[in-house]
Design a protein around this ligand. Sequence first.
Ligand code: SF4
Length: 477
Amino acid sequence: MRSGSERISVLDIFKIGIGPSSSHTMGPWKAGLTFIAELKKKNVLTEITSIRVALYGSLAKTGKGHGTDMAVILGLSGYDPETIDLGLINEVVEKVKTNCTIHLGVIHELEFNPAKDIVFHSDKCLSFHPNGILFEAITNRGLNFAYTFYSVGGGFIVCDELELSKQFNYHFPYPIDSAEDLNRWAQSSNKSVSHIVMENELSLRTEKELKHELKGIWKVMADCMFKGCHSEGMLPGGLNVQRRARAMNINMLPGDESADFSEWLKLIKSKSFTFPEILKWVSCFAIAVNEENASFGRVVTAPTNGAAGVIPAVLMYYLCFVDGAKEEDILKFLLVAGEMGSIFKKGSTISGAMGGCQAEIGVSSAMAAAALSEVLGGKPENVIMAAEIAMEHHLGLTCDPVGGLVQVPCIERNSMGSIKAITAAYLALEGNPASAKVSLDSVIKTMWDTAQDMNSKYKETSDGGLAINIPVNLADC
Ligand code: SF4
């Protein structure tokens, strides 16, 4: 779904949350929280006697593997995905399932049997978006409250009954809807892309606040990579996928006993690595994040959870392997990547259920390519060209998660998106944007057209592609 001329902050693109999916976990979770907030606003929360949830389209088809029911329970229970203690997740969900009661918004207890009260309508799809979710609550006075939400990708939600889009209507000094707008502002102001995005962000918050938020985002990304590279075992869900990042880390860094991310970063930087080893490192960083994501770990949506590994991996590549890399460039990197994600959201989609994996890995690769080009000293034209190259070679990429889990092909696909982003950044830095045949805006339009033409089997339904050609029986696992 194209969001047109929304004014989105980079902090709306990068959301701290829980895996495995921004549209199937984070979106429904936020929808549950928003529904509860509305009931509170109407002063009826404590009068609710029954609550039912209906999931439609892609949410129904792959919701079980993506933890949608878990997310709904946690949202209705009033927990925030950004701050919830990860150790509480299973406990809260299991309690609701076992006791068949829920504490709405933490405070109001009522009967709720997830097996009966969360209904997966796999054969029905709401017309506005494939990720539809209906919440209905009835009070002891017989009043009925029904809200229909759509999880439109990247953890963004819209609602038929609420004007949630109003929150994305900021007044920026440099309003940007397209790559052409961005380039025009850059040329007329003679400023870098990161500078322009920074000025837009400073119209919303102070520099100190912005830096604090962006550092917090990088910290979650960094901790996630570190944790993924130091955790072993099998991923949950029944596919029996073994974690790989830890073994890759040990192979390249024998004897690694780093206590935290900064020790680990220093250790990697202190060694020299061959080209194939650097390629392996980039894959390792990306895989680490998405193994954490698949394990319901804490990740940053960038621009989605399924594609959360690309931006951290490419940024880590820069910090570890590029001579002269500066830590202060992390903020520039995130500003540029965030703005690119926002341009794709406005001109096309960042929802796998709407556009296939080109909308997830393709967009994250374009975001990372642009950001890397910026910190490597690219001019705005090169930065925009880098995003164009990265997306051009993801056009048509389908979404076909095996077993409805965000594991195969999703985890490795983050490695591929990262490597393509790095290649695209260097190609753009060598290229001549003035003679480029393809513009970023035309690629974004092509991506949208391709999304329209793509068969729904390849849009996060697990009805086609690898999902049907790889025999799995999750019930046996
Ligand atoms: S295949 Fe791509 S779009 Fe689909 S769930 Fe996996 S990462 Fe997301």
